[in-house]
Write a protein that binds this ligand. Structure first.
Ligand code: NAG
Ligand code: NAG
Ligand code: NAG
Length: 570
């Protein structure tokens, strides 16, 4: 119904003369090429750049205030989520911004298209020659050394001074996101497979869970119910990228083997964006997609699950895919109540401006009643994937305070152990949000001088929570395989929240929406993980400690306690 509102061409409504070059102000710049890229040379002047222009929202502070009001238990507005139109009233740009930017584009013979439901993102194809002229930039071609993929980027760009109050971000400019890849997986060490004394196992936990995780293990460890959800308006969306396709046949095999109590015909819906698809051919099985679908459909018993598959119209790394999926889902009258994503990169590769704009879209999603969950990353303190480093590398997008970042553990409660690959740390872009001030302060005090100078003590700390993430059984292309990573943890936690939402909706309440204020106010609803540490940059990373820590967050879910807290939240 609302889809017709988007992708409208903007018609120029004012004629302005091109800004004099002397009026340019540097907007963002990068001192050096990231070490994972090599410069090839100047970009061909006729090459096309799909330029995205992020306009300032007219009232983001108002949206943020509303987000906390509707997400903080005890607030008078708790659970009173916004409609698309209500969120748009905060997020849309001012008419003045729109006309200033339209006039500027018009002066270059260009017309943009609105590409977000709130109207704050415009897209326009420009040539390298035009981009260099319009942005006083120097677009060049760079190769991502490991994959050989090429990007066209500039090390700095400027805006005409009169546009500074109107344009918040531009992409592609100085951001060097690495192409998304799947397959390397985290480095799993011996400490990630702690010896479990099976005579000490809680009665409900099968002994096999000490070595291999299945839905039954998660149900037993976390008290996740096996009874079917009842609410059909509830849903979990699973993000799919880079031609990772979820297979219905593998899901049926998985359910037949691991959820004999569920009909093996239990399946998922498909939604696409950017021309995405979900082919079911013999060679189409994707480990990441199968894992994410099997541990949502197979754990969130009866909660409707939608696989949201993106096409390959973007190829420059995660940022574009993440923007496109959130903008697509935000265009729905009712957003999926949970969105889980098991992809990510490194924060330093992004530009602060585009990352802020993406993070703001997650805040808006929270006001709409949606929970954004991300796998924290598999490189420990070295970023999204292990790599060499001196100072700790922050994983992206976990530094955004408006999402819930999920780390990984192994072992069995009450002695779960942080996975060494579980990314965690402190953002260099976003400051600590107030919901975690006490938790982070307690941790930093206990940490003392360990790792001092290698991380930013004032940044937003992540992950927020954790779940099992080592040696999950999945079915892929008909074969039983074992997989590890925070990619296992995010769908698991998504299933927990999906089931809690089911019970809340059944009780006539709202879904939980943006989770963090609720989670940090209910630390007792988690198994506190105090064993283990992450690794990276030739260090032992951060140790898990009593309370929140930047490896396992608040800990792993105790379903009954979380549900009780959720039903009491009003
Ligand atoms: C396992 O725990 C039991 C009960 O505390 C103890 O007797 C036994 O020695 C433990 N086994 C190992 C291998 O630590
Ligand atoms: C989301 O993507 C679908 C499929 O490409 C498209 O039909 C729909 O218009 C998109 N919605 C928005 C808000 O972009
Ligand atoms: C540390 O984080 C803050 C946000 O809390 C940011 O403003 C600052 O630039 C960061 N410092 C560095 C060295 O990146």
């Amino acid at each position: 119904m609302v889809a017709g509102l988007f992708f409208i061409s903007l018609f120029s409504i004012a004629i302005a003369s091109p800004a004099a070059r002397s009026n340019f102000v540097v907007h963002e710049k990068r001192e050096a090429i990231p070490s994972s890229f090599a410069k090839v040379g100047p970009a061909p002047s006729s090459a096309k750049i799909p330029l995205r222009i992020g306009l300032f929202s007219n009232n983001f502070p108002g949206l943020e205030e509303t987000l906390y009001a509707v997400s903080t238990p005890g607030s008078a507005l708790y659970g009173q989520h916004l409609s698309l139109e209500e969120a748009k009233a905060f997020m849309e740009p001012t008419a003045e911004s729109l006309s200033a930017v339209t006039a500027w584009l018009d002066s270059h013979g260009l017309k943009a298209t609105v590409t977000s439901p709130y109207g704050e993102w415009l897209s326009v194809d420009v040539t390298v020659e035009q981009a260099n002229e319009m942005l006083d930039a120097n677009y060049e071609t760079f190769t991502h050394i490991e994959s050989g993929k090429q990007l066209v980027r500039t090390l700095s760009y400027s805006l005409p001074a009169n546009l500074l109050p109107h344009i918040e971000a531009m992409h592609p400019t100085t951001g060097f996101g690495k192409p998304l890849t799947v397959g390397r997986g985290p480095v799993v060490t011996a400490s990630d497979r702690p010896t479990v004394n099976t005579t000490l196992l809680p009665d409900a936990v099968p002994a096999s869970c000490a070595t291999t995780v299945t839905p039954a293990c998660l149900q037993a460890m976390y008290g996740i119910p096996t009874t079917l959800a009842t609410q059909k308006t509830n849903s979990i969306a699973v993000a799919g990228f880079i031609e990772q396709f979820a297979q219905t046949k593998d899901l049926a095999t998985f359910l037949t083997r691991f959820r004999t109590d569920l009909p093996s015909t239990t399946t998922f819906a498909l939604r696409t964006f950017d021309g995405g698809s979900n082919p079911q051919g013999a060679a189409d099985a994707g480990i990441e997609a199968n894992l994410d679908i099997q541990y949502t459909v197979g754990v969130a018993s009866g909660v409707p699950v939608t696989f949201v598959s993106g096409g390959e119209t973007f190829s420059d790394g995660a940022l574009e895919g993440f923007l496109d999926i959130i903008n697509n889902l935000s265009g729905l009258a009712t957003v999926p109540q949970v969105l889980t994503t098991s992809y990510g990169e490194d924060e330093p590769d992004q530009t602060a401006a585009t990352f802020t704009k993406l993070c703001n879209a997650y805040a808006a999603y929270g006001t709409r009643g949606g929970s954004i969950l991300f796998a924290s990353g598999d490189g420990g303190v070295a970023g999204g994937q292990s790599q060499t480093c001196t100072n700790f590398i922050v994983a992206f997008p976990s530094g955004c305070p408006f999402l819930t970042s999920v780390g990984a553990v192994s072992g069995i409660p009450p002695s779960e152990t942080a996975a060494s690959f579980s990314s965690g740390g402190f953002s260099n872009v976003f400051a600590q949000p107030s919901y975690q001030t006490t938790a982070v302060k307690t941790y930093l005090t206990a940490l003392g001088t360990t790792n001092s100078g290698k991380f930013n003590t004032t940044g937003r700390g992540f992950p927020d929570v954790a779940a099992q993430g080592v040696d999950f059984d999945i079915v892929n292309a008909g074969t039983l395989e074992g997989v590890s990573g925070t990619s296992c943890s995010s769908p698991t936690f998504a299933s927990v929240i999906g089931l809690v939402n089911d019970r809340r909706i059944a009780a006539g309440k709202s879904p939980l929406g943006f989770l963090n204020p609720f989670l940090y106010a209910n630390g007792a609803a988690f198994n506190d993980v105090t064993l283990g540490h992450n690794t990276g940059c030739n260090t032992n990373g951060f140790p898990a400690k009593t309370g929140w820590d930047p490896v396992t967050g608040l800990g792993t879910p105790k379903f009954a306690s979380l549900l009780a807290a959720a039903l009491a939240a009003a």
